[in-house]
Design a protein around this ligand. Structure first.
Ligand SMILES: O=C([O-])CC(=O)C(=O)O
Ligand SMILES: [Mg+2]
Length: 390
């Protein structure tokens, strides 16, 4: 067997929402299709991938570097020992040939996108859902049959008042979510506290609310928010300062003993290790949010999970950013703590399979082979139309 072709295109996911750092008025993402010569049900097996959200499409890197590098490899060198399926680890090594270490930048996005499509193809060729394949290969056959998810939203957008924010959160709760997340740091502290109070009227307990500053704050502001947030007892306080400022994060932990979360903008296991070594994150209460699609894919994610275990962290403290089906499979198959969900933003890339409702804050996975894109019709139509693979 072999990879016949890799297609890539840029999809638009723009909207008028904003967090404390960026608006999404120009946001794009890359979609790729890894076309194989394996035939299932009379059709070639095609693996699909996309690069989550928050970083722009990586089409230049994909076209100029990573796709040609993979396609110029001897086809057999990309297969596993059976010769009947692709080997994501060998493919990863090929993709990263002649790439210097460090300075991870956004090549991790290009590699993460291809890696997602490769795992989708591998699970389809094996004839099982990806989470089942992961549990069988790496966790002694034990998968979680449902995953805890929280509803992320609460963005700023023009004209959005407290009532609109409350309506949004009520609608997440009506759809089965228990914990919700809202943005902070895009307004002055006093106004954000009024927004938090308004959301708490809807979700009841502060234990049902996370807040996310998207790396906006300097240390003084991060501490001022920490002092104001402390009495609430929120579920978590996310990405207060610059994602690479580990000293800020460590100092903040001295002012805020409640749970914090960060990691969505760390793109390698080495960066994740620096956070764990130097960021003052606490394995008994804090949360780690690395997103495989942005950070060199699942092959690298497994290195990150190994590193965490060696440093005394349970995989249950990991709740990936991105709200996509790939992370949902990883969560169920590799025993993470849960997964983000965007019920209403970043459509059609985010959200889970059609017809599977969130129940009491948990979601089940579809049973079809692969990541499950085919069970999410709007996304599947978007990808197959863009890539002309139907
Ligand atoms: O607004 C964003 O970039 C998304 C984000 O931080 C999150 O999902 O936690
Ligand atoms: Mg975030």
């Amino acid at each position: 067997m072999r990879i016949v072709e890799i297609r890539e295109q840029t999809a638009g996911i723009k909207s008028d929402i904003a967090n404390a750092f960026i608006d999404f008025s120009q946001m794009t993402c890359s979609v790729v299709a890894v076309v194989t010569d394996v035939v299932r049900d009379g059709k070639p097996v095609i693996g699909y991938g996309f690069n989550s959200n928050g970083r722009y499409a990586a089409g230049g890197l994909l076209r100029e570097r990573f796709i040609p590098r993979l396609m110029s490899a001897a086809p057999d060198s990309l297969l596993d020992d059976t010769g009947d399926n692709l080997d994501p680890f060998r493919i990863w090594t090929r993709l990263m040939t002649n790439e210097k270490p460090g300075g991870h930048g956004e090549r991790s996005v290009a590699v993460g996108t291809i890696d997602m499509a490769v795992w989708d193809a591998v699970a389809k060729i094996a004839g099982v859902p990806l989470y089942r394949l992961l549990a069988d290969r790496f966790r002694g056959g034990v998968a979680d049959d449902s995953v805890w998810v929280y509803a992320a939203g609460g963005y700023y957008y023009p004209g959005k008042d407290l009532k609109a924010l409350q309506d949004e959160m009520r609608s997440y709760r009506d759809r089965g979510y228990r914990v919700v997340k809202m943005k902070i740091g895009g307004a002055p502290l006093e106004e954000d506290l009024r927004r938090i109070d308004a959301v708490l009227e809807i979700v009841g307990s502060a234990g049902n609310l996370c807040v996310d500053a998207n790396g906006r704050f300097d240390l003084d502001t991060a501490i001022a928010y920490a002092e104001a947030l402390k009495p609430y007892g929120l579920f978590w306080y996310e990405e207060a300062g610059d994602p690479l400022d580990y000293a800020l994060q460590a100092e903040l932990a001295r002012h805020y003993d409640r749970p914090m979360a960060t990691g969505e903008n760390l793109f390698s296991h080495q960066d994740a290790r620096n956070l764990v070594r130097h960021g003052g994150m606490r394995p008994d209460r804090d949360w780690l949010q690395f997103d495989c699609a942005l950070s060199y894919g699942l092959v690298e994610y497994m290195r990150t999970l190994d590193m965490l275990r060696e440093n005394g962290w349970s995989s249950r403290r990991v709740v990936p950013h991105g709200g996509h089906q790939m992370s949902l499979n990883i969560a169920a198959g590799l025993h993470l703590g849960g997964n983000e969900s965007y019920p209403d933003v970043f459509k059609p890339f985010c959200g889970f399979a059609d017809g599977i409702a969130v129940e009491d804050g948990r979601v089940r996975l579809p049973t079809l082979p692969g990541v499950g894109f085919e069970a999410k019709s709007e996304l599947f139509t978007t990808m197959t139309t863009l890539l002309e693979t139907l």
